[in-house]
Design a protein around this ligand. Structure first.
Ligand code: FAD
Length: 402
């Protein structure tokens, strides 16, 4: 890491608490530390462990890793997809192939990465620790006192943590958001995700599947009410598959539920035989269903007293259909860190937070809306609209119009 800590403009460094050690919270921590201030991260999990499956990191986020000098570490644990291929669900026929590497580096100055979420998370967490963040695990935040900068945790009810600024980065079911805005539980989007990881070697041995693992690439299959995304992870050793389908969780309040692999497979029976073959390589009888949640746009992101701000999924959860939820959470964190680097005293915090909200809200609203629009585009039933979509994709492939 080549990162140099700057001298803050304040007489003494500001103290900050970040609630939640997710990707957004950790990016905020790095940026705030880079700008010369202090960070304590309160994370509810008893320990930081292996989490999730694959994640796509677009150039708007990978550019920030470059800025921190973390790109070499990222290169070591990720893959660089060369192309993005859109396919018709029924037979896998190609609708469009878009180049990603090296063309994204040429166009945007930074690559599109695929990485295991655990590796990405570790890379950011290691950087936080190297820069001097204090990480407290097993710290479930129950209440925030916005006026006095106090954070109460379940484990220390009478002894709150205190800071000049508290940042709520506690994800889609955010407790700190509830403290600011009152109860407004996230709403189901009507979709769920299944996530599978298959050893790439198993696919290499099957001639019709080898094309998916011979070189890093993203493949999408677009079909009625569902779509599927597949890509390589961990130097090409694993194949990550995400299936996006209508929500069938039996408990309307559950965030996840154990599902039957046979039920999942039955949804894709009429799809590209290569895809169904791939899905059958995962032999576990059960699969996890992840409910995909959203929220209405919040009236405010920050407390007017200047001592509290929300970021990431806590304020703008999104469908993962543009693969951008984490990327915009990381952007939020960096925007906050950079603004703190321009603050000369605690008295300027209310202005800094107001600027943060004004800067970020239009951008994240666009991404959230774009992700919802993508659902309409991806999940069309066969018919006139779908034919028009496919023809447009093919015309783009042939370089005719946009
Ligand atoms: P989180 O990652 O949810 O982190 C919140 C943290 O806060 C957690 O560590 C949690 O334990 C902690 N916490 C919660 N409550 C408390 C509390 N009260 N006290 C203390 N700690 C607390 N995004 C992309 O950019 N690219 C992708 O390819 C992509 N794919 C996705 C695929 C799927 C199937 C899904 C569901 C999402 C995907 N996303 C993707 C979106 C991405 O996962 C989220 O947008 C991102 O993780 C949000 O980060 P965050 O830091 O805001 O919240």
């Amino acid at each position: 890491m080549t990162l140099q800590k700057k001298t803050p403009l304040t007489d003494t460094p500001l103290s900050t608490i970040i609630v939640g050690a997710g990707l957004g919270g950790l990016a905020a921590a790095i940026s705030i530390l880079e700008n010369g201030h202090k960070v304590t991260i309160l994370e509810q999990a008893p320990a930081i462990g292996e989490i999730g499956a694959g994640i796509q990191v677009p150039p708007n986020a990978s550019r920030l890793l470059q800025h921190w000098g973390l790109d070499e570490r990222m290169n070591a644990v990720s893959t660089l997809p060369q192309t993005c291929t859109m396919r018709r669900f029924a037979d896998g026929s190609v609708l469009n192939v878009a180049p990603l590497y090296p063309s994204f580096v040429e166009r945007f100055g930074a690559p599109y990465y695929h990485v295991h979420r655990a590796d990405y998370h570790k890379l950011l967490l290691d950087a936080c620790v190297e820069l001097g963040a204090e990480l407290v695990t097993g710290a479930f935040v129950t209440k925030v006192d916005f006026e006095n900068g106090k954070c109460y945790t379940a484990a220390r009810l009478d002894e709150p943590y205190e800071a000049d600024l508290i940042i709520g980065a506690d994800g889609v079911n955010s407790k700190t958001r509830e403290c600011l805005l009152g109860p407004d539980p996230p709403t189901p989007t009507g979709d769920l995700a299944y996530r599978l990881i298959v050893p790439a070697d198993k696919m290499k041995d099957i001639p019709e599947l080898a094309e998916f693992v011979n070189a890093p690439a993203i493949n999408f299959w677009l079909g009625p009410d569902c779509h599927v995304v597949g890509y390589l992870l961990r130097g090409g050793g694993l194949y990550n598959i995400v299936l996006l389908c209508p929500d069938t969780l039996s408990d309307p309040n559950a965030k996840t539920e154990k599902g039957d692999a046979a039920e999942m497979l039955s949804l894709f029976e009429q799809w590209d035989p290569k895809l169904t073959r791939m899905l059958k390589l995962d032999t576990s009888p059960t699969v996890v269903k992840w409910k995909l949640m959203n929220r209405e746009e919040a009236p405010k992101w920050v407390h007017e007293g200047g001592r509290f701000a929300l970021l990431g999924d806590a304020i703008h959860p999104t469908l993962p259909y543009l693969a951008s939820g984490a990327a915009i959470a990381v952007e939020d964190g960096v925007a906050l860190g950079e603004l703190l680097g321009r603050v000369r005293s605690v008295e300027e915090l209310p202005t800094a937070l107001a600027i943060y909200e004004r800067l970020r809200k239009p951008r994240t609203t666009r991404v959230v809306q774009g992700s919802t629009n993508q659902r309409t585009l991806f999940h069309m039933h066969d018919g006139a609209e779908q034919v028009k979509r496919d023809e447009k994709m093919k015309a783009m492939e042939a370089g005719v119009g946009g």
